[in-house]
Design a protein around this ligand. Structure first.
Ligand SMILES: [Zn+2]
Length: 314
């Protein structure tokens, strides 16, 4: 963890939340079975991931698999007390040495949602943009490309792929096959190319969902039933198509607890994000779902307080 201003601020917010009892109260609610903690990572280091797992174990959380959550929904069972679901997005190469190694060491279930094209080609599309921006090839950012039709994003990235070489970032096909053998790992779908699905046309969405599922299944020799929306972006069209392509659960990036009410929408299951490179206490507050709502309410208050000022300026 780097001692950046951002991390120092994050540490201060997390310390405040802990001292004001936010974490304790969230833990008590989890113990009462009010909700399942639904937590997701991208590319944590072994140290970061193990810290989070050890903290959850120390506080007596029980780990649910994606299958367990599906069974709760199917059988309308009450939520288990002090429970947590851990998922990981994208399929980063380090996942094998960090996430999967820890899952095997502590014998705990994790779900890993994998985009297949980066696994086949080695690199996630936004990395080409980041690299091109460093060399001033392009002026637009990843956020800009999230706003354009998918075919335009593909054209731009295809051009950059020919100009830029980036070392492998994603798991290899062989590694995906190997980690899928662990009894603690469930592989889920995360599309072929990691597009912003609502920017795709109908056929593109269908291919992204169906072909990635078939590809993963052919690699691991198991059914792939669970899905996470790239960038957390989706519309009712994607929900309908997930059902048509035989996915049974889908996860968003909306930061909410997984309550009985939220389990009723099985293609819109929320998750709290835990970031790599942040302080451990910030990540505890993130896992417990207290960091993001607090930060959002502070930002909202600042916006409300500064709104009259900006209007006056006009
Ligand atoms: Zn992703």
């Amino acid at each position: 963890m780097e001692p950046t201003i951002r991390n120092i601020l994050g540490w201060c917010i997390a310390s405040l939340l802990i001292s004001l009892g936010y974490v304790k109260r969230a833990k008590l609610r989890a113990m009462a079975g009010d909700f399942i903690l639904s937590v997701y990572f991208h590319n944590p280091t072994l140290k970061e991931f193990e810290f989070c797992i050890k903290w959850l174990l120390k506080h007596k959380f029980q780990f649910l698999s994606l299958h367990d959550v599906e069974q709760l929904i199917i059988h309308k069972k009450p939520l288990p007390r002090s429970s947590v679901l851990i998922t990981v997005d994208d399929g980063w190469a380090l996942n094998k040495e960090a996430v999967v190694a820890i899952a095997n060491k502590y014998k705990l279930p994790v779900g890993i949602f994998i985009s297949t094209e980066p696994v086949e080609e080695g690199v996630f599309w936004w990395s080409y943009l980041d690299e091109a921006r460093k060399s001033a090839f392009v002026s637009f950012s990843k956020e800009d490309l999230k706003e354009v039709p998918n075919k335009d994003r593909i054209n731009i990235i295809d051009t950059l792929k020919h100009k830029i070489k980036i070392p492998r970032q994603a798991l290899t096909v062989e590694q995906v096959k190997a980690i899928a053998q662990s009894p603690y790992v469930t592989i889920g779908g995360h599309t072929l190319t990691h597009p912003i699905l609502p920017n795709c046309d109908y056929q593109q969405v269908y291919d992204e969902l169906r072909l990635s599922k078939l590809k993963l299944e052919s690699w691991i020799g198991k059914e792939v039933k669970y899905f996470a929306y790239p960038n957390g972006s989706y519309s009712s069209r994607e929900i309908d198509m997930l059902a048509d392509t035989n996915y049974t659960l889908a996860f968003t990036t909306e930061p909410h607890y997984l309550t009985a009410k939220r389990l009723e929408n099985k293609y819109q299951l929320p998750r709290f994000e835990v970031y790599q490179g942040r302080t451990n206490i910030e990540n505890i507050c993130r896992m417990l779902g207290v960091y993001q709502p607090f930060k959002n309410s502070v930002l909202k208050t600042i916006e409300l307080l500064t709104k009259p000022l900006s209007r006056e300026k006009d």
